[in-house]
Design a protein around this ligand. Sequence first.
Ligand code: AHR
Length: 501
Amino acid sequence: MAKLVINDIEEKNRIAPEIYGHFSEHLGRCIYEGLYVGEKSDIPNVNGMRKDVVEALKEIDVPVLRWPGGCFADEYHWKDGIGDKSKRKKIINTHWGGVVEDNSFGTHEYFELCKQLGCKTYINGNLGSGTVQEMSEWVEYMTFKGVSPMAELRKKNGHEEPWKVDYFGVGNENWGCGGNMTPDFYANMYRRYQTYVRNYDPEKPIQKVCCGANVDDYHWTKHVLNTCYDHTPEQLHGFMDHISLHYYVHPEGWDIKGSATDFSEECWYKTLKKALYMDTLINRHSSIIDQYDPDKKVGLSVDEWGTWFTCEPGTNPGFLYQQNTMRDALVAGITLNIFNKHCDRVKMACIAQMVNVLQAVILTEGEKMIKTPTYYVFHMYRHHQGAKLLESSLSGINEIGECEWIVPEITESVSKKDDIVTITLNNLSATDKKDLDISFVTGKEYEVVEANIVTSSDMHAHNTFDSPEVVKEITFKNYKTVKNGLKVTIPACSVVEIRVR
Ligand code: AHR
């Protein structure tokens, strides 16, 4: 019999809400059309931000939003995106589709969006092609309260008060699109640039994010930390609050990737196996970071993750627009459970990307909007934000899969906040339901306060603009409370949330 034992005696680390963060880049229809339509649009908007999208995003409690890239960040010159919109420079978005970027969404619009969402801010600076002065002036423009050229410019552009920048990334993927640097070269650049990311308001310190590795490039993590580490962990901590990691799941590899909606059962397991690899990556990068920061003050920020499939037929390949099925829901459920379990080191993560790009939580078409299966996983898992992790262990779980793509039947994570225990479970089987006995170490009798599920009998199930509710979150009823626990039957291909008090 499969069992899940939950240690409800000892509360472990706090799950940083920012693990449930999002990423929005000037890429395809993420910012333009997806989030921002402009004040004059017929699509209902508040100060240019789509009302329907903002409303939907507020329901999943977005904790932080990373912007403006991505690869776009290292070519972005922030002064192009301020002041009178009719006079803003039009540039070519060289990375993404070669389209015209009219800069109508810039710094002021980003902070307006974050205000509407009620989320923290994460600006990614330009180290690849920008100067130290440019980066330092951006920080001054955004955060300085007193009298200075940049603060005056901000006021002239209509914003008297400074904003709060919660996180500032010093470059993006500088091993690749951000300048093709070696780790030592980047680390020395990082040391220099981060010096000028000033904390003008000591009460609102900016957390600095150093560019970390691509997938399993442990050499990068090691060398960047080594070059930034002079004497003590405290000194390193003065230089950086986070180091990033980027990992995307493309089932058939980078060149082929594979269709978002048309896939075999073998590919289902291959995708989930690749999602599970996040655990190995976090373990291995963390063990390197531990050598320089044993007290775990530097967070590992997985600020780009998600599925990356072949774009939808007929769409601009540079726009990275893809559909989102139950398979994406499982990738999200598996990954978020992994982040929860590593909350001692993983302090932030941003799914790529928020709207219309890669593993989006929302898709739009003109005035229409749909919530994807991934959206509903974020909606259920929001209860983990800021909760304390509880230790949980599974036994009697079989290995399933096709060919060499072998995965466990179930993955889980458990947390506690305000006396409510939230259990999130994934059934990775495409075909078989699973019975599970859940028990608690204290023997305390709990009652279920809420239980929800995202599932389908078809692993390809997804929402379209004509059928927007094929997959959605519904009440979960397949459980029975028994002495010291629960008996649960988890349907195949599902993500479940059970909350008990
Ligand atoms: O999210 C799409 C792209 O993936 C980002 O711009 C880049 O950082 C990564 O390679």
